[in-house]
Each structure stands twice: as structure tokens, then as C-alpha cells.
Design a protein around this ligand. Structure first.
Ligand code: ADP
Length: 494
């Protein structure tokens, strides 16, 4: 047994262009073959039918001469003239041979007592006397019925459809045999020629379809090839390139979708790199502080050891909080993880207020007016709302009032936290929503700088945003705004 490689490169199949073209050609060729084959066989049947009709008419005419009925001429017009009575079989055959001359592709012959007696006066297209064995067989065949219409393949004369009839005159013991035959090959020659011409034209048409199809499919597939080349050039390290969108069709739609995918990938990679840079930067400070203090630590001095221990625990605590916040931010960034359910808005507000009111030395007021229900992730919204309340407590003085409010307005749920703290300077209002974006408050309060980005990510995962109104020195109001969707709406849309 040979060892199979773990990953086998898929065998390259024929290109789409070749496959499209091959399918078109096969279907077209099949259609042409079926149409021409049917036409060929129908036409052949018609020709054979005509031959049989001709032989049957000839049989009737021979019968007419034998029984002395008025005879129709070669053109089929009936003649009033009654054939004279024949006194012998030889005479009768002479009369038949002269009255029924062979047509084109025909041959006829008369035998008396198995010997050739009459050939047509005009040279026939086929000379039946050349195959005497065949004539002998016909003589035998007609023994029972007197007249036979049949097909024979003669080595000398080819395929023949023939009429063999025994004729005789009462009182004459001689056995007369009249034979007339049609050359089937010559008769069907026109059909065969027409079919050959049709086949040649079909091959020409297929060749033309192949050439035109090759260029047209190449032209149509060109944007896809361009798409493939550009997509191959775009790598994880260089996601900057975009595929040019040409025209407005399925391919340009695909190009736009792929460009959108590259945008998202680019955004995700940049955000990841940024996060790594930020985390590296944030961890550097506590590590440096810890390292510096541990290096200077005098193990003989219990006071020194205690102070360094407290400081180390404090820094480690900060690092642990940082890691927790990074984890929370990563979770909030995944919009698809939101566990949406029908939430009673009044109850949600009451729960958040109950949780924050245990924070000491602050007066908690409420403006909760939102009622009814909405589709939300209650845990995430609570987390974001509590984060805003925590910030409000952190960045305002003791004994000031912090107000929690909620309201449904214009199809949106507003959940806010308003404080009477120091406010945020206008130039910092964008920065504080960025990761690790902090403002020096001069209060010695130092957070991770990830609280507001987490709030913004939670709002975004609900299709919403965070609004900020702030007057430096008087206070701030942070509002989470998310669109209100109810379960009933969702069901109607679904
Ligand atoms: P952290 O509070 O951990 O530093 P945040 O992202 O929660 O990080 O806040 C970013 C910055 O925004 C804070 O450093 C602070 O300067 C400012 N800030 C947040 N909330 C308030 C508030 N209620 N009042 C004044 N400043 C605030």
C-alpha cells in the first residue's frame, strides 16, 4: 500500500471556459443529430412508400392486361382502350412489357418457363438478366401466391425492391414470370446526398459556434479572471488593494461583495493590530513600575517590603482588571453573540437602578419612563448602563446627584446616566470612546480606558450608538441609543 499524502492538491479540471463551450457544443450537436436523423428516416420512409406504391400500381396494371381490363398508361391516366386478347403466354408477356415501360431507376424482365424471354425495348437503368439466380428464386417465391413484392440484395445489382408476378394464358402450359424492380440505392440517393450536405453544414456550423463561443465566453469570463488575479495578489499582510468594479452585472456585484469582504477583513486586522499595540503599551507601565520597585527593594527592611508588596498587588490588580476589560471588549465586539430576547423596559431600568443604588456617598435619582418591551440582550445593555453609572460615580464628587433615565422616542430606546461631575472637554469627546483613550482628570482616578469602548461596542451590536452631552464643570450625560424592535415586528418581517 502506498502512503497517501495528507493534503493532496486537487487535480486541475478543464477551465470554465472550456466546460461552457463543450456543453454548448455537445447540446447543439445532439440537437442537430436528433433533428437530422429524424428528418432522414422520415424522408427515407416516404421514398420507400413511394416505391411500394409504384410496384402495387404496376401489379394492378399487369393484372388489368391479363384480365383485359382498360389499362392506365405510364403516367397513370386511364385509357379507354381495352387490351386485345393474347393467344399465348409469350404474347401476353410481350404485351405487358410494351405497355408498361420501366421508369427511371427501374428495370423489368419477362421469363417464360424460367428462361429470359423479354427485356424492355428501351435500355433500362438496371438489367435484371445479370442476376439469373435471383430470377430463379423469384420464380420459386411466386409459386404459392402468384405475385410477390419484396426486397433483395443482389451482388450484381445492389439493393432492389421488386415485384414478381406469374402470368399465363388459359390453355397455354407455359409459365410466364414478369419481374419489375426498383434500384433502392439510386432511389434513396437523393436522401443520402441531402443528409451528407446537412451533416457537412452541421459540422461547419459547430465549428463556427466553437470559434464564436470561444471568443464570447473569453470576453464574458475576463472580469472573473481579473477578479481571481487581484484576489490572489491580496494577502493578509497587504489588504489594501481593491478590485476595480467594471459595469453593472453579476460579476460587478461579486466584485463589490468581495471588496466589501476585504474592507471588513482589513478593518478586523487593523483593529487586531491596534489592540495588540495598545495592550503592549498598557502593560509596559505596570511591568516597569513593578520591576523598578522590586530592584530597589531592601529585603532587610520590613517597611520597605510591605510598601512594595502593597504596590505590587495594586499594579497586579490593575493588570487583572485590564485583562478582564479586554475580554469584555472582545465579547462586546462580536455583535452576533448578542442573546436577544423580549425585555420589559420598565423592569430593566428598575433592576439597573437597584444595582447602582448600593454605591455609597452618591444620590441616585431616576427618570425612568420607558415602558413596554423590546428585543435586546438584557445582560449586555445592563452591563453598558452600569459602566456609565460607574464612570459617573468615578468622575463626580461625593454627595452629588446621579440620574438614571430611560425613554422610548422615535422608535429608539434611550438609556442615560447624568452626573454633576467635572464634565469632558470638547476636544476629548471623541478620544474617550477610543480604546485606552483617557482624559487626565486630575483626580488621581485611573481606569483602564476600555469602559466607554465597551459601552459603544454593546450599543453598536444592537445597531445603536452612544451620545454624549457634557458641560465642563457642570456634568455629563451619556446616552445609549438603540432601535426598538419588538418580537411581533420581527415575526411579521420574518
Ligand atoms: P476609564 O474610566 O477606565 O479610564 P473609560 O473608557 O470608561 O475608561 O473612560 C474614558 C475617559 O473618559 C476617562 O478616563 C474619563 O476621563 C472620561 N470619562 C468617562 N466618563 C466620564 C464622566 N462621567 N465624567 C467625566 N469624564 C468621564
Amino acid at each position: 500500500m502506498s502512503d497517501e499524502p495528507a493534503t493532496r492538491r486537487p487535480q486541475r479540471r478543464a477551465s470554465v471556459r472550456v466546460r461552457i463551450l463543450a456543453s454548448i457544443l455537445v447540446v447543439t450537436a445532439l440537437g442537430m443529430a436528433i433533428a437530422s436523423g429524424t428528418a432522414f428516416f422520415v424522408q427515407r420512409e416516404v421514398e420507400l412508400q413511394e416505391v411500394d406504391d409504384h410496384l402495387r400500381t404496376t401489379a394492378q396494371r399487369v393484372e388489368g392486361i391479363v384480365t383485359r381490363m382498360p389499362v392506365a398508361d405510364a403516367a397513370g391516366d386511364s385509357a379507354a382502350e381495352q387490351p386485345p386478347a393474347a393467344e399465348s403466354t409469350v404474347k401476353l408477356l410481350e404485351s405487358i412489357m410494351t405497355r408498361i415501360p420501366p421508369l427511371q431507376h427501374d428495370g423489368s424482365i419477362a421469363l417464360v418457363d424460367a428462361a429470359i424471354r423479354w427485356k424492355p425495348p428501351t435500355a433500362p437503368d438496371i438489367d435484371l438478366s445479370r442476376d439469373e439466380d435471383m430470377l430463379a428464386r423469384m420464380l420459386v417465391e411466386t409459386e404459392a401466391d402468384g405475385a410477390v413484392i419484396g426486397t433483395v440484395v443482389s451482388p450484381e445489382l445492389g439493393s432492389l425492391r421488386y415485384l414478381a408476378m406469374r402470368v399465363g394464358v388459359e390453355g397455354d402450359p407455359a409459365v410466364g414470370l414478369y419481374v419489375t424492380a426498383v434500384d433502392l440505392d439510386a432511389e434513396l440517393n437523393d436522401v443520402d446526398t441531402a443528409f451528407t450536405i446537412y451533416a457537412l453544414i452541421s459540422i461547419g456550423a459547430l465549428a463556427l459556434i466553437a470559434i464564436v463561443g470561444w471568443f464570447v465566453s473569453g470576453r464574458l469570463l475576463r472580469p472573473i479572471r481579473r477578479l481571481e488575479r487581484t484576489a490572489a495578489r491580496i494577502t493578509a499582510s497587504d489588504l489594501g488593494e481593491r478590485i476595480p468594479v467594471v459595469g453593472n452585472d453579476d460579476v460587478s456585484g461579486l466584485t463589490r461583495t468581495m471588496n466589501g469582504m476585504f474592507d471588513r477583513l482589513d478593518g478586523a486586522m487593523t483593529a487586531q493590530r491596534q489592540l495588540l499595540d495598545d495592550v503592549r503599551h498598557e502593560l509596559r507601565t505596570p511591568i516597569t513600575i513593578l520591576q523598578g520597585h522590586l530592584e530597589l527593594l531592601d529585603p532587610e527592611q520590613p517597611d520597605d517590603v510591605r510598601a512594595t508588596r502593597d504596590l505590587a498587588l495594586d499594579e497586579l490588580d490593575r493588570m487583572a482588571r485590564l485583562v478582564k476589560d479586554i475580554e469584555a471588549l472582545a465579547r462586546a465586539d462580536h455583535a452576533d453573540l448578542a442573546q436577544v430576547e423580549e425585555v420589559d423596559l420598565e423592569e430593566l431600568g428598575a433592576q439597573v437602578l437597584a444595582k447602582v443604588s448600593v454605591v455609597p456617598c452618591r444620590q441616585w435619582a431616576q427618570q425612568l419612563r420607558a415602558t413596554g418591551s423590546a428585543l435586546l440582550d438584557p445582560h449586555r445593555i445592563t452591563q453598558a448602563w452600569l459602566q456609565l453609572a460607574d464612570n459617573a460615580a468615578k468622575y463626580s464628587d461625593e454627595c452629588t446627584t446621579i440620574t438614571l433615565g430611560s425613554q422610548v422616542q422615535g422608535g429608539e430606546l434611550h438609556c442615560w446616566v447624568q452626573d454633576e461631575g467635572q464634565g469632558i472637554p470638547p476636544e476629548a469627546r471623541e478620544r474617550i470612546f477610543e480604546r485606552f483613550g483617557r482624559v487626565d482628570t486630575g483626580r488621581g482616578v485611573r481606569g483602564s480606558g476600555l469602559g466607554l469602548p465597551i459601552v459603544a461596542a454593546i450599543a453598536a451590536s444592537h445597531g445603536g450608538r452612544v451620545e454624549l452631552e457634557s458641560v465642563p464643570g457642570l456634568g455629563s450625560r451619556f446616552t445609549i441609543v438603540v432601535p426598538v424592535r419588538t418580537g411581533a415586528e420581527e415575526r411579521t418581517e420574518g
